[in-house]
Design a binder for this molecule. Structure first.
Ligand code: KG4
Ligand code: ZN
Length: 332
């Protein structure tokens, strides 16, 4: 079995995954959303302190698996440095005390493997990764070969939901709240411009859209619940339309073998609906992670760890480093 640890942002999570059949045997996650919501976003120093309390608490529940462990997998990039450190230090201590090898795991690769928690691995696959820190279109050939086809020039897709929610005073994390408000809203009331609409660039940009929303909020005399819903619906429609326009551009003349969507924001049902239509038109199958594994979790890190173990991706505990920015993928 593999014990995996995830602490890259504001979720403390540990999982146990069986190597022989990749089965998830244990998974627990303690989210810090409530603690950060008063600040309207993640406070790194607070996140680190909360990980230091939550991780040992979860680890306690996994003790009966210790004798059967073959390795420890831990997220070491990308993420908040002070948060990553908490998981990595715990992983190192476990490796020393239980004489186990260490597997460093890229968090974004972990998100990709969330697709294979309940279905077999399928490569090559094209992936849309939408989270709080990333908006990327990836071509994944295998564990080691991942090309970035498009990325964001500024804010990420999930981050723009968080910022809109903050501006409307709706709380944190913004994604699920904005989606909920948007459900009852009129998406045609506010006409936001689709970012990079006329640009040939294969890239994303969300900071301009966020500013359009800010200006619209400032114009409102009465920011009642109906107006908030209409702003959320109009924003969500534009944010998703931007994604869809660039995806259509990226794959205009190419067929897609398999298409997957991952990351915390892939839980957005409006986005899922649009992707379903896109994949139907492209005659490709759409792969989506179960909703409970979209946001950060150690189950996906453990599943990725199984492949890392089989490929022998071990690192000396004295050599593991923390990379706040992903160093692994290749830009094409
Ligand atoms: O993958 P994740 O849990 O953490 C990072 O790796 O960043 O993603 C969290 C992000 C947050 O920005 C959150 O607001 C967004 O995903 N998110 C959503 C939804 N659920 C979570 N964004 C849009 N719609 C949602 N339903
Ligand atoms: Zn994530």
């Amino acid at each position: 079995m593999i014990l995996s640890i995830e602490s890259s942002c504001d979720d403390s999570s540990i999982a146990i995954t069986r190597l022989s059949d990749k089965k998830l045997l244990f998974h627990r996650k303690i989210s810090q959303e409530e603690e950060h919501s008063v600040y309207g976003g993640v406070v790194p120093e607070l996140a680190a302190r909360l990980h230091a309390v939550a991780l040992p608490k979860i680890l306690e529940e996994t003790k009966h698996f210790f004798k059967e462990l073959k390795a420890v997998a831990v997220t070491n990039e990308p993420g908040l440095a002070v948060s990553l450190v908490e998981g990595v230090v715990m992983a190192k201590a476990l490796c020393v005390s239980l004489s186990l090898p260490l597997l460093p795991i890229n968090h974004l690769k972990g998100h990709i493997y969330s697709l294979f928690l309940e279905q077999p691995t399928k490569f090559p696959m094209d992936i849309l990764l939408v989270s709080g820190g990333h908006t990327e279109v990836l071509h994944v050939k295998d564990y080691d070969k991942i090309e970035i086809l498009a990325t964001t020039l500024d804010d990420s897709f999930g981050e723009s939901f968080d910022k809109v929610a903050k501006m409307l005073g709706l709380g944190y994390p913004g994604g699920p709240i904005v989606e909920r408000y948007a459900k009852d809203g009129d998406s045609s009331r506010f006409k936001f411009t689709i970012p990079l609409h006329n640009s040939p660039k294969l890239a994303f940009s969300y900071s301009g859209l966020k500013n359009q929303v800010r200006l619209e909020i400032e114009k409102q005399q009465n920011l009642d619940e109906k107006t908030k819903s209409d702003i959320c619906a109009s924003f969500q429609k534009t944010a998703v339309e931007h994604l869809m326009q660039k995806l259509k551009k990226a794959y205009k003349n190419t067929s897609i073998k398999n298409f997957g969507v991952v990351g915390g924001a892939s839980a957005n049902l409006y986005l899922r609906e649009k992707l379903e239509k896109f994949c139907l038109e492209k005659h490709t199958s759409l792969h989506m992670a179960p909703l409970k594994y979209c946001s950060d979790n150690a189950a996906m890190i453990g599943r990725c760890g199984v492949d890392a173990y089989k490929l022998g991706k071990f690192i000396n505990i004295g050599k593991i480093e923390i990379y706040p920015k992903s160093k692994e993928f290749i830009k094409v």
